[in-house]
Design a protein around this ligand. Structure first.
Ligand code: GDP
Ligand code: CA
Length: 337
């Protein structure tokens, strides 16, 4: 595929800005957005990221939005690249003090610098601001260079239903964060519930951004717990299915395994094979009631087929920003056939 072709073909005049919408989770979504931002800056393109809120959780009286924060910190240049989450130059004094009080929960890593975002967010929410306004406020500090929208201002929490050990037939539910962090996703998940999603509405601006998009990209984020909760908000899937823009997904699974994290354990609960084809089929072809107009998989997964979806195989390792930019260029090339 020639790399010199125009990145995007404007629908209107060549000077009018293009609109690119990205559905994203946290760390994977944030890294992908670094590449999207770089491509967009060179192409008079505005980017709106619609970010998962299913990971959101109340801890120690604070509202914590792990995926929004990961995206904010990554794009704002504050993320710790080695740890993969949270802020660089972090200290842990408050966490140590909480441990001295034996304050629960103790399994969530709350850094001192990170705490500032949670304090500001919780304070603004208590004053009646919506999460999208709060996010806009946090963006004034981090200047992510893209418009960040939570999928919904209404609290959505992903819960995991697991079997109770030693008691046949009994189940219990726990917050996704507890399952993922405290238990390392080792308790076999029977089901994921996006609690609150049914009554939730898309955050202000979300349907409008989708309707005005020239291209929609589904980041290589966890399909079950990052992309799933976004699509569970009534109105978002419908807006995507209606939008005139092509929708291109990027596979988070390479050679049958998640690049990082435990998406395999999440997919298992849905009975979906942990493969580029499995996730492509889960998202489905737009013309068959699904979402995809194109599916980008890694070169190692060539040939992958997804029913009624054009598939392109290209390198999908986000090893650095240049590699991620190339992925975005390939996704846009697929979008324009
Ligand atoms: P989280 O919310 O912090 O877990 O992050 P996301 O859901 O946005 O992203 C996690 C997903 O990103 C995992 O399923 C990984 O397989 C995927 N991922 C991470 N790094 C890469 C990469 O370099 N290439 C691809 N294709 N996927 C990746
Ligand atoms: Ca997440």
């Amino acid at each position: 595929m020639p790399r010199s072709r125009p990145v995007m073909r404007p629908r209107m005049g060549k000077d009018s800005p293009m609109n690119l919408v990205v559905l994203a989770g946290g760390v994977g979504g944030g890294r992908f957005l670094l590449g999207v931002r770089a491509v967009a800056q060179a192409a008079n393109t505005q980017v709106t990221a619609i970010v998962n809120t299913g990971d959101d959780v109340w801890l120690h009286g604070l509202r914590i939005c792990p995926d929004l924060d990961s995206v904010l910190y990554t794009l704002g240049g504050g993320a710790d690249p080695a740890r993969g989450w949270g802020l660089r130059d972090e200290t842990w004094t408050v966490l140590e003090e909480l441990a001295a009080y034996q304050a629960e929960p103790s399994w969530f890593g709350l850094g001192d610098r990170d705490l500032a975002a949670h304090l500001v967010r919780t304070g603004l929410l208590a004053r009646g601001l919506g999460l999208s306004d709060v996010t806009e406020f946090l963006c004034r500090r981090w200047r992510p260079g893209v418009r960040l929208l939570p999928a919904s201002d209404d609290g959505i929490e992903t819960h995991v239903v697991v079997a109770v050990e030693g008691r046949a037939g009994e189940t219990r539910r726990l917050h996704f964060q507890e399952w993922w962090i405290r238990h390392g996703a080792r308790l076999p998940a029977l089901r994921f519930d996006y609690v609150g999603a049914e009554e939730a509405a898309p955050a202000p601006g979300v349907p409008e951004a989708i309707a005005a998009a020239d291209v929609v990209l589904i980041a290589p984020s966890n399909p079950v717990v990052s992309i799933g909760p976004i699509l569970a908000v009534p109105g978002i899937r419908e807006a995507l299915r209606r939008c005139p823009a092509p929708i291109i997904g990027i596979s988070p699974i390479i050679s049958g395994a998640p690049v990082r994290g435990m998406a395999d354990r999440c997919l298992a609960a849905l009975g979906v094979p942990c493969s580029a084809a499995g996730v492509g089929e889960l998202l489905g072809a737009r013309r068959n009631g699904g979402l995809l107009d194109g599916w980008l998989v890694d070169s190692a997964d060539d040939p992958t087929t997804v029913r009624d979806v054009p598939v392109l195989a290209r390198p999908l390792w986000m090893t650095d920003e240049a590699a991620t930019q190339a992925i975005v260029v390939d996704a846009l090339a697929l979008a324009h056939g």
